[in-house]
Design a binder for this molecule. Structure first.
Ligand code: PLP
Length: 454
């Protein structure tokens, strides 16, 4: 019987993260503060520890992973690389389809890969408490887990509508010892202002960010954590691609195409960047490698957004960053059930896309769930709706290979399981989901509100 699950030993957990900034042809554009000048580390030191700020701005290629972090990674890493043989058979494709399965972490997704080092560096810096925001709860549960591992209390501002509609992620956070509040709260100026304007405010991610940042900025013992977008988060996530490369080495294969879902871009960067390192180093195997970031047609940041400076949050509270954006006041349509609804994308992924080193594809919602269900029926694992975006494109690539008869090697990132997302599947099965193309006019209208630079 052929081996379809390629395992590594715990000693194979990477000892260094890979920093793609070392291999960029053009230097990354710095984030800018309200004065239009590049943000300094001192300007951010009220909410982030020094080690994280150093990583955020570093151009050093390899950054050591602290032993304490590797010891916690051992709880679920190395994550398996699996070959989806039953899916290949169902598709009748000559392609080999591999997936890196990040759903094996305690929180069920790739997010703890960055939550653990973020908690570690804060603990090292003498910080006593962490804050964050969460929408559906994937990041909140990851930082709750990581905070618990290092004895750091975590306070999560959870968007009120999710707090009420998604009790199980909230209970996970509470099980790992975090305090969870429905945002807007009456504990911050941002929350009180929102409640004064509308006592029934249902909350938004932008507002929850404002609350979490305000608390961290106003308390010297407290820092803020963010689960995607920023350079240090993508750096931490490169353990995904670094392990995958070792696993491919073990079986003497190399992917032709690497596919990942893209919201803020952390898991996509995490799987793709280590392969792009081979390309940058002139590795023959990577000459024709394609990396494809997949997003929903209802939130088409990389495919329809502008490459411009914009705020990271809805309320214009954060520094501005150069990235693909739909405008910080973008509102995802209510019909959208598949996650990946952030208005921007990681500046690193954005730059690589702008320079033609990574591709982007937008896929409609129904075809995305079709792919997820087809995968679940062939391989057993029920994917997170976000991951279904990558599965859609992996299947499409496998079908193209079938048409041309090429035995392509496809790798996709199965970023998480969907056990807490069954209500999205329920909406799909009961016919309540529709396809939705975010209209060009709405994109241009939002882009008029971009901050003016220079
Ligand atoms: C958060 C999340 C994503 C999207 O975030 P990225 O930063 O783009 O990776 C994708 N898949 C899962 C399972 C997630 O929890």
């Amino acid at each position: 019987m052929e081996n379809t699950r390629i395992q590594l030993e715990q000693n194979d957990i990477p000892t260094h993260w890979y920093n793609v900034a070392a291999d960029l042809t053009n230097p990354p554009a710095p984030p800018l503060g309200p004065d239009g000048k590049p943000v300094t580390p001192e300007g951010m030191s009220a909410i982030f520890p020094g080690a994280i700020l150093e990583q955020e701005m570093s151009t050093q290629r390899w950054i050591p992973i602290p032993e304490e972090v590797r010891e916690i990674y051992r709880l679920w890493r190395p994550a398996p690389l699996c070959r989806a043989v039953r899916l290949e058979q169902a598709l009748g494709t000559p392609a080999k389809i591999y997936f890196k399965y990040e759903g094996v972490s305690p929180a069920g997704s790739h997010k703890p890969n960055s939550a653990v080092p973020q908690a570690y560096y804060n603990k090292q810096a003498g910080i006593k408490r962490l804050t964050t925001e969460t929408g559906a709860g994937q990041w909140g549960s990851s930082i709750a887990l990581a905070g618990q591992m290092f004895g750091l209390p975590v306070r999560v501002y959870m968007v009120k509508v999710s707090y009420e509609q998604k009790p199980y992620r909230r209970l996970m956070m509470q099980t790992w010892g975090a305090e969870v509040f429905a945002s807007p709260t009456d504990m911050t100026n941002a929350g009180r202002a929102a409640l004064a304007a509308d006592p029934h405010n249902q909350g938004s991610l932008g507002l929850a960010i404002s609350e979490a940042v305000e608390e961290a900025a106003s308390r010297p013992d407290t820092n803020y954590t963010l689960g995607s977008v920023l350079n240090h988060v993508l750096l931490h996530q490169t353990v995904i691609g670094l392990e995958a490369k070792k696993q491919f080495d073990k079986i003497g294969e190399y992917p032709d195409v690497v596919v990942g879902p893209c919201g803020g871009g952390s898991s996509f960067g995490g799987i793709a960047f280590p392969f792009l390192a081979d390309k940058a180093a002139g590795d023959k195997r990577a000459e024709k490698l394609r990396c494809v970031a997949v997003e929903p047609t209802s939130c088409p940041t990389l495919t329809k957004g502008a490459y411009a400076y914009d705020y990271g949050d809805a309320s214009g509270y954060t520094p501005i960053m150069k990235m693909y954006t739909l405008g910080h006041d973008f509102m995802p349509p209510g019909i959208h059930a598949g996650g990946l609804r952030y208005h921007g994308a990681s500046p690193l992924v954005s730059q690589l896309h702008h320079e033609g080193l990574v591709e982007a594809v937008a896929v409609p919602q129904l075809a995305t769930f079709d792919a997820g269900v087809q995968f679940a029926r062939a391989e057993g694992i029920i994917p997170a709706p976000e991951s279904c975006h990558a599965i859609r494109v992996a299947i499409d690539e496998a079908l193209k290979a079938k048409a041309t008869g090429e035995p392509k090697v496809i790798l996709f990132n199965l970023t998480g399981h969907g056990h807490f997302d069954m209500s999205s599947y329920e909406r799909y099965f009961s016919g309540k989901l529709e396809d939705y193309d975010y209209p060009e006019e709405a994109v241009s209208a939002s882009l008029e509100h971009l901050p003016k630079v220079g």
